[in-house]
Write a protein that binds this ligand. Structure first.
Ligand code: THU
Length: 140
């Protein structure tokens, strides 16, 4: 798994906590923030954005990915996720699949924080083993 320099990691974790402040979550009351580190060192943040119709709700992680990709970034090193729960926040299945589209599952690191700022780190391949990807689609 990719190891990140200490100052960069601190910045990434802090960015996720900051992004949580913009969460629009009137239905669940559960705020989430994410910070995606690009290979070029830039960071894209995201928050969860809920909807009265519920299913259009977008998670913080996907907000960050969509922002980055739409700005031309496709190479990612790590993501930090900050939630309001007492335990480490675990990215949902949809977000794992969306991240898997762009990352090296062996190298990409997912930092899952609790509300106090402690974190657990997993490689993408641990969170989404046997994932369906582009190669499967090509019949390879
Ligand atoms: N949520 C995220 O934004 N990311 C996660 O990793 C888990 C769940 C959001 C979706 C919804 O707005 C709220 O948290 C409760 O599920």
């Amino acid at each position: 798994m990719m190891s990140i320099e200490e100052t960069t990691l601190k910045k990434l974790l802090h960015s996720a906590v900051q992004a949580k402040e913009n969460s629009y979550s009137p239905y669940s009351g559960f705020r989430v923030g994410a910070a995606l580190l690009c290979a070029d060192g830039t960071i894209y943040t995201g928050c969860n954005i809920e909807n009265a119709a519920f299913s259009p709700t977008v998670c913080a992680e996907r907000t960050a990915v969509v922002k980055a990709v739409s700005e031309g970034k496709r190479s990612f090193t790590a993501i930090a996720i900050a939630g309001d729960g007492s335990g480490y926040i675990s990215p949902c299945g949809v977000c794992r699949q969306v991240l898997a589209e762009f990352v090296n599952p062996h190298e990409f690191a997912v930092y899952q924080m609790d509300r106090r700022g402690n974190y657990r780190k997993n490689a993408m391949e641990e969170l989404l083993p046997f994932s369906f990807g582009n190669a499967d689609l090509q019949g390879e």
